[in-house]
Design a protein around this ligand. Structure first.
Ligand code: ADE
Ligand code: ZN
Length: 330
């Protein structure tokens, strides 16, 4: 049995496996520019974040109906359960769907058909986090928050993703303030490809409670000290960092140094269909390649529940933490 964990950095669109993409393409009459799943997998050689995003947005063309989003989420939850995930805070990118004529309601209701039954079907509690695309305008983000209003009962928080460099967090000051007024939790990708200053800006201007990636904080010792002092969680994605060339090789990933520095790190899969592994695959990769001890791995699992947005169910968080404490490594 894998170590129990929460997954806090997971784009549901990034769980679209080639086989499901082709099945949905056939069902929806969408033509994919790849002859088969092998040819599609061949395209999974990324030189940076943008080269991945191009394919990620292209393949979303197959997601059209509530049933498509339900099947996508259900397939992720089944895989995650097998990898020890007990709680998942799931990102989705509504602007990428609305731009293709797929309404917000189709996306949220479709995802909810799977998430609403996740505890019974997969033993995984879930939350939804709606991300804004930072390479779209601030007005578009505000319109998206408006479109989400009827669905806010199902949305726990907001995030910020897509192409980072050149799109600093401050661009989204207004929508983050509006979301805070609505009681939404706030996270943002920062310091994946972008500079440490973007992390500081996400904290100071957007008021984020958790930083997605945050890898490049290590270039700024004062920022590291602040993140440690303020107990700001970082949702790291080691296999993603290798595939998108944020680090050269996994053996050079700064995770051990980050833990040694006292940062509240978590390990997540980001876009597992594209990056070669789900949650526990990431845990096992860092354990094997970076030589993390069992106590370090237990710390990462504990951190994942401490960093999760379970303030609305502290009893459940306590139960998960007890599972982590009682876990026996095989
Ligand atoms: N969207 C999906 N995956 C992402 C990532 N790793 N960084 C930014 N935006 C994303
Ligand atoms: Zn991400």
């Amino acid at each position: 049995m894998p170590l129990p964990k929460a997954e806090l950095h997971l784009h549901i669109e990034g769980t679209l496996e080639p086989e499901l993409a082709f099945r949905l393409a056939a069902r929806n009459g969408v033509e994919l520019p790849y002859p088969d799943t092998d040819a599609l997998r061949e395209a999974y050689r990324f030189k940076d974040l943008q080269s991945f995003l191009n394919l990620y947005y292209e393949l979303m063309a197959v997601l059209r109906t509530e049933q498509d989003f339900e099947e996508l989420a259900d397939a992720y939850l089944a895989r995650a359960a097998a990898q020890g995930v007990r709680h998942a805070e799931i990102f989705f990118d509504p602007q990428a769907h609305i731009a293709r004529g797929v309404p917000m309601a189709t996306v949220v209701d479709g995802l909810w058909r799977a998430l609403g039954r996740s505890v019974e079907n997969h033993g995984i509690s879930t939350r939804l986090i709606m991300c804004f695309l930072r390479d779209e305008s601030a007005d578009s983000a505000l319109e998206t928050l408006e479109a989400a209003r009827p669905h806010l009962g199902r949305i726990t928080g907001i995030g910020l993703d897509s192409a980072e460099v050149g799109h600093p967090p401050a661009k989204f000051r207004e929508v983050y303030a509006a979301a805070a007024d609505l009681g939404l939790r706030r996270v943002a990708h920062a310091g994946e490809e972008g500079p440490p200053a973007y992390i500081t800006e996400a904290l100071d201007v957007l008021g984020v409670e958790r930083v997605d990636h945050g890898l490049r904080c290590m270039e700024d010792p004062d920022l590291v000290a602040r993140l440690v002092r303020e107990r700001i969680p970082l949702t790291l994605c080691p296999l993603s960092n290798v595939r998108l060339r944020a680090v050269d090789v996994l053996a050079e990933h700064p995770l051990p140094a980050m833990l040694d520095a006292g940062l509240l790190c978590t390990v997540n899969s980001d876009d597992p269909a594209y990056f070669g592994g789900y949650a526990d695959d990431n845990f096992r990769a860092v354990a094997d390649t970076l030589g993390l001890s069992e106590e370090r791995l237990r710390e990462l699992a504990r951190n994942s529940f401490l960093a999760s947005f379970l303030e609305d169910d502290e009893e459940l968080r306590a139960r998960y933490l007890a599972e982590v404490a009682a876990y026996e490594f095989g």
